[in-house]
Write a new protein. Structure first.
Length: 277
Protein backbone atom coordinates (compact mmCIF):
# COMPACT_ATOMS: atom_id res chain seq x y z
CA UNK A 1 0.00 0.00 0.00
CA UNK A 2 1.43 3.40 -0.93
CA UNK A 3 2.44 5.89 1.78
CA UNK A 4 -0.32 8.37 0.88
CA UNK A 5 -2.96 5.69 1.45
CA UNK A 6 -1.62 3.99 4.57
CA UNK A 7 0.68 5.97 6.84
CA UNK A 8 2.82 4.17 9.39
CA UNK A 9 3.93 6.09 12.46
CA UNK A 10 6.65 3.85 13.81
CA UNK A 11 9.47 1.77 12.51
CA UNK A 12 8.12 -1.14 10.49
CA UNK A 13 7.17 -4.12 12.63
CA UNK A 14 9.45 -7.13 12.31
CA UNK A 15 8.11 -10.04 10.32
CA UNK A 16 6.01 -12.14 12.69
CA UNK A 17 3.24 -14.44 11.58
CA UNK A 18 1.76 -14.30 15.09
CA UNK A 19 1.58 -10.54 15.30
CA UNK A 20 -2.24 -10.51 15.05
CA UNK A 21 -2.67 -12.99 17.90
CA UNK A 22 -5.13 -12.17 20.67
CA UNK A 23 -4.08 -9.08 22.60
CA UNK A 24 -1.66 -7.75 19.99
CA UNK A 25 -3.98 -5.78 17.70
CA UNK A 26 -6.41 -2.96 18.46
CA UNK A 27 -8.50 -1.04 15.94
CA UNK A 28 -9.88 2.49 16.17
CA UNK A 29 -12.85 3.39 13.96
CA UNK A 30 -12.44 7.13 13.44
CA UNK A 31 -15.33 9.36 12.41
CA UNK A 32 -16.72 12.88 12.71
CA UNK A 33 -18.91 13.48 15.73
CA UNK A 34 -22.43 14.83 15.78
CA UNK A 35 -25.03 16.37 18.01
CA UNK A 36 -27.24 13.29 18.21
CA UNK A 37 -26.66 10.13 20.22
CA UNK A 38 -27.99 7.89 17.44
CA UNK A 39 -24.89 8.57 15.36
CA UNK A 40 -22.64 7.63 18.26
CA UNK A 41 -24.56 4.41 18.81
CA UNK A 42 -24.21 3.48 15.15
CA UNK A 43 -20.41 3.73 15.26
CA UNK A 44 -20.29 1.66 18.45
CA UNK A 45 -22.52 -0.94 16.82
CA UNK A 46 -20.24 -0.98 13.76
CA UNK A 47 -17.25 -1.58 16.03
CA UNK A 48 -19.06 -4.51 17.64
CA UNK A 49 -20.00 -6.03 14.28
CA UNK A 50 -16.44 -5.66 12.98
CA UNK A 51 -15.04 -7.37 16.06
CA UNK A 52 -17.50 -10.25 15.65
CA UNK A 53 -16.59 -10.60 11.98
CA UNK A 54 -12.86 -10.61 12.68
CA UNK A 55 -13.17 -13.23 15.40
CA UNK A 56 -15.28 -15.38 13.07
CA UNK A 57 -12.57 -15.04 10.43
CA UNK A 58 -9.92 -16.24 12.87
CA UNK A 59 -8.45 -12.75 13.38
CA UNK A 60 -9.12 -11.93 17.04
CA UNK A 61 -8.32 -8.46 18.30
CA UNK A 62 -7.65 -6.96 21.70
CA UNK A 63 -10.36 -4.35 21.18
CA UNK A 64 -12.15 -2.23 18.58
CA UNK A 65 -13.20 1.20 19.74
CA UNK A 66 -14.93 4.17 18.10
CA UNK A 67 -13.30 7.61 18.19
CA UNK A 68 -14.25 11.05 16.94
CA UNK A 69 -12.22 13.94 15.58
CA UNK A 70 -14.77 16.50 16.82
CA UNK A 71 -18.08 16.99 18.69
CA UNK A 72 -18.04 13.67 20.55
CA UNK A 73 -16.02 11.37 22.77
CA UNK A 74 -13.86 9.44 22.93
CA UNK A 75 -11.42 11.64 21.06
CA UNK A 76 -8.67 10.03 19.02
CA UNK A 77 -6.17 10.73 21.81
CA UNK A 78 -8.44 9.05 24.36
CA UNK A 79 -8.91 6.04 22.09
CA UNK A 80 -5.15 5.75 21.61
CA UNK A 81 -4.73 5.67 25.39
CA UNK A 82 -7.34 2.91 25.61
CA UNK A 83 -5.43 0.88 23.03
CA UNK A 84 -1.92 1.74 24.22
CA UNK A 85 -1.06 -1.78 25.40
CA UNK A 86 -1.59 -3.36 21.98
CA UNK A 87 1.40 -4.20 19.84
CA UNK A 88 -0.31 -2.71 16.78
CA UNK A 89 -2.98 -0.01 16.55
CA UNK A 90 -4.80 0.38 13.24
CA UNK A 91 -6.76 3.63 12.83
CA UNK A 92 -9.49 3.29 10.22
CA UNK A 93 -11.12 6.57 9.06
CA UNK A 94 -14.77 5.84 8.27
CA UNK A 95 -15.88 9.37 7.40
CA UNK A 96 -17.04 10.88 4.13
CA UNK A 97 -15.91 13.16 2.64
CA UNK A 98 -12.20 12.77 3.25
CA UNK A 99 -10.40 16.03 4.05
CA UNK A 100 -6.67 15.80 3.29
CA UNK A 101 -5.84 18.80 5.51
CA UNK A 102 -7.66 17.25 8.46
CA UNK A 103 -5.97 13.93 7.81
CA UNK A 104 -2.53 15.59 7.82
CA UNK A 105 -3.33 17.23 11.15
CA UNK A 106 -4.50 13.90 12.57
CA UNK A 107 -1.16 12.41 11.55
CA UNK A 108 0.55 15.15 13.60
CA UNK A 109 -1.73 14.45 16.55
CA UNK A 110 -0.82 10.76 16.44
CA UNK A 111 2.89 11.54 16.28
CA UNK A 112 2.59 13.94 19.24
CA UNK A 113 0.76 11.29 21.24
CA UNK A 114 3.50 8.79 20.49
CA UNK A 115 6.24 11.29 21.39
CA UNK A 116 4.61 12.05 24.76
CA UNK A 117 4.46 8.40 25.82
CA UNK A 118 6.56 6.89 28.57
CA UNK A 119 9.65 5.65 26.76
CA UNK A 120 10.12 2.85 29.31
CA UNK A 121 7.27 1.00 27.60
CA UNK A 122 7.49 -0.11 23.96
CA UNK A 123 5.49 2.08 21.60
CA UNK A 124 2.72 0.43 19.59
CA UNK A 125 3.11 0.03 15.87
CA UNK A 126 0.70 2.72 14.60
CA UNK A 127 -0.96 2.54 11.19
CA UNK A 128 -3.43 5.06 9.75
CA UNK A 129 -5.62 3.35 7.16
CA UNK A 130 -6.63 4.82 3.85
CA UNK A 131 -9.72 7.08 3.67
CA UNK A 132 -13.06 5.36 3.23
CA UNK A 133 -13.78 6.85 -0.25
CA UNK A 134 -10.52 5.29 -1.51
CA UNK A 135 -11.15 1.83 -0.10
CA UNK A 136 -11.12 -0.94 -2.72
CA UNK A 137 -14.54 -2.46 -3.20
CA UNK A 138 -16.50 0.58 -2.00
CA UNK A 139 -18.09 1.06 -5.42
CA UNK A 140 -19.23 -2.56 -5.48
CA UNK A 141 -20.63 -2.17 -1.95
CA UNK A 142 -22.63 0.90 -2.99
CA UNK A 143 -23.91 -0.95 -6.05
CA UNK A 144 -25.26 -3.69 -3.79
CA UNK A 145 -26.78 -0.99 -1.55
CA UNK A 146 -28.65 0.44 -4.54
CA UNK A 147 -30.00 -3.00 -5.42
CA UNK A 148 -31.15 -3.48 -1.83
CA UNK A 149 -32.77 -0.02 -1.73
CA UNK A 150 -34.78 -0.80 -4.85
CA UNK A 151 -36.38 -3.68 -2.96
CA UNK A 152 -37.56 -1.40 -0.14
CA UNK A 153 -40.99 0.30 0.08
CA UNK A 154 -41.39 3.79 -1.37
CA UNK A 155 -41.04 6.69 1.07
CA UNK A 156 -44.78 7.52 1.36
CA UNK A 157 -45.48 3.93 2.41
CA UNK A 158 -42.75 4.06 5.08
CA UNK A 159 -44.08 7.33 6.51
CA UNK A 160 -47.80 6.64 6.16
CA UNK A 161 -48.29 6.18 9.91
CA UNK A 162 -46.62 9.48 10.82
CA UNK A 163 -48.01 13.02 10.94
CA UNK A 164 -45.62 14.31 8.32
CA UNK A 165 -47.61 17.38 7.21
CA UNK A 166 -46.71 19.60 10.20
CA UNK A 167 -43.82 20.15 12.59
CA UNK A 168 -44.33 20.69 16.35
CA UNK A 169 -45.46 24.24 17.22
CA UNK A 170 -42.72 24.47 19.81
CA UNK A 171 -40.14 24.61 17.02
CA UNK A 172 -41.36 28.15 16.26
CA UNK A 173 -40.67 29.50 19.76
CA UNK A 174 -37.47 31.47 20.35
CA UNK A 175 -35.82 30.68 23.73
CA UNK A 176 -35.61 33.55 26.20
CA UNK A 177 -31.93 34.33 26.60
CA UNK A 178 -29.71 37.38 26.17
CA UNK A 179 -26.41 35.80 25.16
CA UNK A 180 -25.07 32.98 23.05
CA UNK A 181 -21.91 31.16 24.04
CA UNK A 182 -20.36 29.49 21.00
CA UNK A 183 -18.18 26.65 22.25
CA UNK A 184 -15.76 25.23 19.71
CA UNK A 185 -15.66 21.44 19.45
CA UNK A 186 -13.70 21.35 16.19
CA UNK A 187 -10.88 18.80 15.84
CA UNK A 188 -8.11 20.83 17.45
CA UNK A 189 -10.16 22.20 20.34
CA UNK A 190 -11.54 18.69 20.88
CA UNK A 191 -7.98 17.40 21.10
CA UNK A 192 -7.28 20.06 23.76
CA UNK A 193 -10.17 18.92 25.94
CA UNK A 194 -13.14 20.99 24.73
CA UNK A 195 -15.49 18.01 24.75
CA UNK A 196 -14.62 17.11 28.32
CA UNK A 197 -15.26 20.74 29.30
CA UNK A 198 -18.73 20.97 27.68
CA UNK A 199 -20.52 19.54 30.78
CA UNK A 200 -18.58 22.03 32.92
CA UNK A 201 -19.83 24.89 30.71
CA UNK A 202 -23.47 23.82 30.81
CA UNK A 203 -23.31 23.17 34.55
CA UNK A 204 -21.77 26.61 35.17
CA UNK A 205 -24.63 28.24 33.25
CA UNK A 206 -27.24 26.17 35.05
CA UNK A 207 -25.85 26.54 38.59
CA UNK A 208 -24.23 29.99 38.68
CA UNK A 209 -26.51 32.79 39.95
CA UNK A 210 -27.04 35.40 37.25
CA UNK A 211 -26.30 33.06 34.33
CA UNK A 212 -29.23 30.63 34.26
CA UNK A 213 -31.79 31.47 31.55
CA UNK A 214 -29.56 34.29 30.26
CA UNK A 215 -27.12 32.21 28.17
CA UNK A 216 -27.75 29.74 25.35
CA UNK A 217 -24.67 27.47 24.94
CA UNK A 218 -24.09 26.15 21.42
CA UNK A 219 -21.43 23.83 20.07
CA UNK A 220 -19.71 24.87 16.85
CA UNK A 221 -17.23 23.47 14.39
CA UNK A 222 -13.76 24.90 14.00
CA UNK A 223 -13.52 28.65 14.69
CA UNK A 224 -9.95 28.68 13.27
CA UNK A 225 -7.64 30.39 15.83
CA UNK A 226 -6.88 26.88 17.09
CA UNK A 227 -3.79 27.82 19.11
CA UNK A 228 -6.08 29.68 21.54
CA UNK A 229 -8.29 26.67 22.18
CA UNK A 230 -10.38 25.50 23.90
CA UNK A 231 -12.15 28.55 22.50
CA UNK A 232 -15.49 30.22 23.19
CA UNK A 233 -17.19 33.33 21.78
CA UNK A 234 -19.79 35.31 23.70
CA UNK A 235 -22.45 37.05 21.59
CA UNK A 236 -23.96 39.56 20.93
CA UNK A 237 -20.78 41.28 22.15
CA UNK A 238 -18.49 39.25 19.88
CA UNK A 239 -15.76 38.63 22.47
CA UNK A 240 -13.49 35.62 21.93
CA UNK A 241 -11.99 33.88 24.97
CA UNK A 242 -9.32 31.21 25.30
CA UNK A 243 -7.75 28.99 26.24
CA UNK A 244 -10.57 27.95 28.55
CA UNK A 245 -10.36 25.39 31.35
CA UNK A 246 -12.60 24.07 34.11
CA UNK A 247 -11.53 26.79 36.57
CA UNK A 248 -12.05 29.78 34.25
CA UNK A 249 -15.40 29.08 32.57
CA UNK A 250 -17.74 30.24 35.35
CA UNK A 251 -15.65 33.31 36.39
CA UNK A 252 -15.22 34.52 32.79
CA UNK A 253 -18.92 34.15 31.99
CA UNK A 254 -20.01 35.73 35.26
CA UNK A 255 -17.69 38.67 34.72
CA UNK A 256 -18.88 39.10 31.13
CA UNK A 257 -22.65 38.52 31.43
CA UNK A 258 -23.43 39.65 34.96
CA UNK A 259 -20.78 42.33 35.54
CA UNK A 260 -20.48 43.57 31.94
CA UNK A 261 -16.68 43.31 31.92
CA UNK A 262 -14.23 41.53 29.63
CA UNK A 263 -11.80 39.11 31.25
CA UNK A 264 -8.46 40.43 29.99
CA UNK A 265 -6.50 37.34 30.97
CA UNK A 266 -8.52 35.16 28.54
CA UNK A 267 -9.37 37.79 25.91
CA UNK A 268 -8.41 36.69 22.39
CA UNK A 269 -10.35 38.99 20.08
CA UNK A 270 -13.19 41.51 20.05
CA UNK A 271 -14.11 44.57 22.15
CA UNK A 272 -12.39 45.06 25.48
CA UNK A 273 -15.15 47.27 26.85
CA UNK A 274 -18.80 46.19 26.82
CA UNK A 275 -21.63 48.61 26.11
CA UNK A 276 -24.60 48.00 28.40
CA UNK A 277 -27.82 49.99 28.02
Amino acid sequence: MSEDLCTQFSTPAPADTHRTATGSLSIILLSRGGAYTAGLTELSDLATRLETAMVAAGKPVQQITPAYVDRAQPTLTEALEQCAHAQTIVILPVMVPDEPSLRRWLHKLIMRWRAARDTSHPAPHLVFGQPLPLQPGLTELLTRAVDEALRQPAVPEVMADESWEHDPKGWSLVPEHQHHVLWCVGPRCAAKGALQLWPTLTRAIRETPGLKNRIQPLQTGCQYPCNHGPLMIVYPDGVWYGPMDAETIAPVLTRHVQDGQVDEARHVHGPRCLQRS
